[in-house]
Design a protein around this ligand. Structure first.
Ligand SMILES: [Zn+2]
Length: 211
């Protein structure tokens, strides 16, 4: 079986998405790219029952190379992100707070310096019908120089060099969205400036150098 390790990794993250309540039912999707192949979750299979055999392998044009099921309906979005960026893994969720915030703002602002891991304030991709090329293009635009984006009235997407890092960012984006939502209940939260975020990056570099 091709990309067996990656297909098993996709299953593991799928189960974790359910446990962490970042998706409900069969919503959301996960993929990993290796060279010119992509392992991606199938359409309409509950993550609790997902096996490596259910995970599809497709080429960068979207042709199924291995697997009997239909690939995720968001395959065009995954392929567009791989074509436009150097991402090697993608996690798409319908996480509650990220989806909530994505209905109300143009971007998730810097309420906490952890947002640096997503590249800075997180844009909201314009709404388009799920599975459409239009949605894929909107998400690619929102991901410019970012590793995460919210998707208007839909959900969230994060990318990484590994599936573990894309998943960690999915959890972080949901945490930041909940933090923002909670802070908004108190009034207008203070936000970090671009200079303050740059100082955090500089500090991280210094600490890494010392370590
Ligand atoms: Zn979705």
């Amino acid at each position: 079986m091709r990309l067996l390790a990656q297909r098993e990794e996709v299953c593991g993250v799928g189960r974790q998405l359910r446990l962490d309540r970042l998706v409900i039912g069969t919503s959301g999707n996960v993929s990993v790219r290796v060279d010119d192949l992509v392992a991606i979750t199938p359409s309409g299979v509950d993550y609790a029952a997902l096996t490596a055999e259910d995970v599809l392998v497709v080429d960068l044009a979207g042709t199924v190379v291995e697997g009997d099921r239909a690939p995720s309906s968001e395959l065009p979005m995954h392929l567009a992100v791989y074509a436009a960026t150097d991402a090697r893994a993608i996690v798409h969720t319908h996480a509650l707070f990220a989806t909530t915030v994505g209905t109300a703002v143009e971007e998730l602002p810097a309420v906490h310096y952890a947002i640096n891991d997503l590249g800075g304030p997180v844009r909201v991709a314009a709404y388009a019908t799920f599975g459409s090329q239009e949605l894929a293009s909107a998400v690619v635009a929102a991901l410019h120089e970012r590793t995460g984006a919210l998707m208007r009235n839909h959900g969230a997407i994060t990318v990484g060099a590994t599936l573990a890092s894309a998943y960690e960012r999915a959890v972080k984006l949901e945490w930041l969205s909940e933090l923002y939502w909670r802070a908004m209940q108190l009034g207008a939260p203070s936000l970090l400036s671009a200079e303050q975020l740059e100082a955090v990056r500089e500090q991280a570099r210094r600490k890494a150098y010392r370590a």
